[in-house]
Design a protein around this ligand. Structure first.
Ligand code: ATP
Ligand code: MG
Length: 409
């Protein structure tokens, strides 16, 4: 399938400026809006929050719930094409938009990514093409399934099939009795029990795929999580074994092709030991949109993940992205606004801005704050991308930035 590109800065047959829309006004929506506006598009955001990060900077902000028929109708009238910034948009809303407007990724792809059970089925189906399998798992959707779960899956992690993020909706369990309790604690909803793997590392891969089937990969990200939340991403030659990185890229492209996916897709992988110093890749989950681990592309590549989202949505060409600098991204959680650190002596519950002036004095630091008006513990407030001419310099700048911010290594 291909279609006439929506050229930047042009007008539609009805005479209105070509406008790209996004479902959701969070930070990912904001960075999509920034990329689209940089290219001369008008933008529209649907989000009920009057202070949503994307809504605050968009040409149009439709303040309505994601399933509000009037809001959706308004979005459709405003926009020539619509994308999404989070996977939990109601699939029927995307379906109805898709009946009259170009929507990428499709409602079907987004619906699949909303549900871990469907996602795992896809991973299993794709294993012969992608060469990568998910962690051993079982669907737990009844007390009987919990009580009878296979011993080989314990210790494991019970994850709700829907609506989990940043480690929320997950409980670690060591025994069947704990599993039964955990399933009740999670509200007796459909869940997946995954075997707890001994992770050597984690990585993720972004691909962008056009409506005509052209697919490009970004360099593979090595990710560090703390408490289930991504804290750091590193991308430079040698950060991961090359053969493994290539397999992760091939696997992600195979998944995108299997789904006939259009847009930016991120797939997360675990790296586990396979004996005798060999490493194996295990597929964890996917996001039908740009991803926190892909923010490094904004400053280290000649095409960012948000540029790619704009291009795939508008039907523009999609050259292979090139990384021009070693890169490291640090997530900035709201805790930084409260925590004491080496440079700031007093602990206070009054939010205080971190010492950006000192951080920005370091060469190759790129600050991205999301315009969230209130800092809260654990809230993603922004990120810093660090770029450098060499990996040694990158590490040095990172150590300095982390010391200034009181961020652990
Ligand atoms: P996200 O914010 O990426 O959407 P999420 O809440 O959907 O997160 P997962 O990606 O499933 O959750 O898990 C979060 C983190 O927990 C993983 O990145 C990994 O560090 C750890 N984890 C998850 N599943 C396993 C597993 N089977 N074995 C070991 N560690 C795991
Ligand atoms: Mg994850």
């Amino acid at each position: 399938m291909s279609f006439q590109p929506l050229l930047p800065g042009s007008t539609s047959p009805s005479g209105q400026q070509i406008t790209l829309g996004v479902m959701g006004g969070g930070q990912l929506g904001r960075m999509f809006v920034q990329a689209a506006q940089a290219m001369g598009y008008f933008t529209a955001v649907l989000d009920p929050d009057p202070a949503s990060p994307a809504g605050l900077i968009s040409h149009y902000h439709i303040r309505a719930a994601f399933d509000d028929q009037q809001g959706l109708a308004q979005l459709m009238q405003r926009c020539d094409a619509v994308t999404t910034e989070f996977e939990n948009v109601p699939a029927p809303a995307l379906l109805s938009l898709g009946a009259q407007r170009r929507v990428a990724p499709s409602a079907a792809c987004v619906a699949l990514a909303q549900d871990r059970v469907q996602e795992k089925n896809l991973f299993l189906r794709c294993a012969p093409h992608s060469g990568v399998r998910p962690a051993p798992y079982a669907v737990i959707d009844s007390a009987a399934a919990a009580a009878g779960a296979a011993h080989e899956l314990l210790p494991g992690i019970l994850k709700t099939a829907r609506l989990g993020y940043d480690g929320k909706g997950q409980v670690r369990v060591a025994t069947r009795a704990e599993l039964v309790d955990a399933w009740e604690q999670l509200g007796q909803v459909s869940c997946v029990l995954e075997k707890m793997l001994d992770l050597q590392a984690e990585c993720s891969v972004l691909v962008a795929r056009s409506a005509n089937g052209a697919c490009v990969s970004f360099p593979v990200q090595k990710n560090t999580h703390q408490g289930g939340i991504l804290t750091r991403t590193e991308v430079y030659p040698g950060v991961l074994p090359e053969a493994l990185a290539q397999r992760a890229q091939a696997s992600t492209a195979a998944l995108a092709q299997q789904l006939d996916y259009v847009g930016v897709l991120c797939v997360e992988y675990f790296i586990v030991s396979a004996g005798a110093a060999a490493l194996e890749l295990v597929v964890n989950e996917m996001a039908p949109r740009p991803h926190n681990s892909g923010h490094y592309t904004q400053d280290a590549c000649d095409l960012s993940q948000f540029d790619a989202q704009v291009r795939t949505l508008a039907g523009l060409p999609l050259p292979t992205p090139r990384q021009h600098s070693p890169a490291l991204m640090l997530n900035l959680l709201g805790d930084l606004w409260f925590e004491p650190n080496a440079q700031r002596s007093q602990r206070s519950e009054q939010a205080v801005s971190p010492p950006w002036d000192q951080v920005l004095a370091l060469p190759g630091t790129h600050l991205h704050l999301y315009g969230k008006l209130q800092a809260r513990h654990g809230r993603k407030m922004g990120h810093i991308n660090i770029t450098a001419p060499s990996v040694a310099q990158l590490r040095q700048t990172s150590v300095q930035a982390q010391a200034l911010l009181g961020l652990a290594d």
